[in-house]
Design a protein around this ligand. Structure first.
Ligand code: ZN
Length: 271
């Protein structure tokens, strides 16, 4: 009997080769590419003291030929400036937007905006988003929330993927759109969605089919926010419309025509 071999014996070099081979071969094609920047979504501002923010005077001048050809487009923007507050979510409650899905297929969906309601108070929703949630099933967020007084809370940066509508699909002008970013979960619109939530009135805290609705300030701020984006009307939708779980009805009592009337006052949204 000779001297016992080290337990690794002569195999360690092959184990090393195998391990390196796995590292080189396996992650490629599986790695999701995060999108670093986005355009066409509202940017994040903080405007908490209205006295410090002079509203620019409305422009009345416009080229004559432009005004004649498209009088609606020549109108001045509404003189409205919402209060804006940054209250970022804990990073466990949001993720990256990806340029390819979980199977390596490129995805380049245009953005959609998905409207929600909080059901609870704005403060309880903000507290929830700021709580660290290690468990995937507890992670939830919107990009922005509009309080009863019209305050816009920025929660998730627009270039990030908010977890606003799991198991969802957008049936729009381009046909059904949904993206799988994690094979362990149903596909969803989150990779290309901008999620906005309206604070529910106090008489809507339960699961009833409707409530007393949203304030004028909320409609004004929502219209202002969407007017900051390039998302077309055909890609504005609701959680209820994109949901596939059958359990989401929000935003209940949402007056779409009231919102669109306010939105269309913005020159880039007219017509
Ligand atoms: Zn919702």
């Amino acid at each position: 009997m000779g001297r016992p071999r080290n337990w690794l014996g002569g195999n360690w070099i092959w184990m090393l080769v195998l391990a390196l081979g796995c590292l080189i071969v396996w992650p490629r094609g599986m790695a999701l590419q995060a999108i670093a920047t986005v355009s066409g979504l509202p940017t994040v501002h903080e405007v908490t003291d209205m006295a410090l923010v002079p509203t620019p005077p409305a422009t009345t001048e416009s080229p004559l030929d432009f005004a004649v050809a498209a009088p609606l487009l020549a109108q001045s923007a509404p003189n409205y400036q919402p209060r804006q507050v940054i209250q970022l979510a804990d990073p466990s409650n949001y993720g990256d937007r990806y340029s390819s899905d979980a199977y390596g297929q490129p995805v380049n969906n245009q953005f959609i905006a998905v409207m929600h309601e909080t059901v609870g108070s704005a403060q309880s929703a903000l507290n929830l988003f700021q709580t660290y949630h290690p468990n995937d099933n507890d992670q939830v967020s919107y990009h922005t929330l509009v309080g009863r007084d019209g305050t816009i809370y920025y929660i998730v940066p627009p270039e990030k993927r908010a977890y606003g509508a799991g198991n969802s699909i957008f049936n729009g002008p381009n046909g059904p759109e949904t993206v799988t970013t994690n094979p362990a979960f149903p596909s969803s619109v989150n990779n290309f969605a901008y999620h906005v939530s309206l604070e529910t009135p106090s008489d809507g805290r339960g699961n009833g089919p409707n409530h007393s609705g949203y304030t004028q300030a909320q409609y004004e701020s929502l219209a202002w926010l969407i007017a900051q984006s390039s998302i077309p009307e055909s890609r504005l939708t609701t959680h209820k419309a994109v949901d596939r779980s059958g359990s989401r009805q929000d935003p209940r009592t949402f007056d779409t025509s009231r919102f669109l009337t306010l939105l269309r006052r913005y020159p880039n949204r007219a017509g």
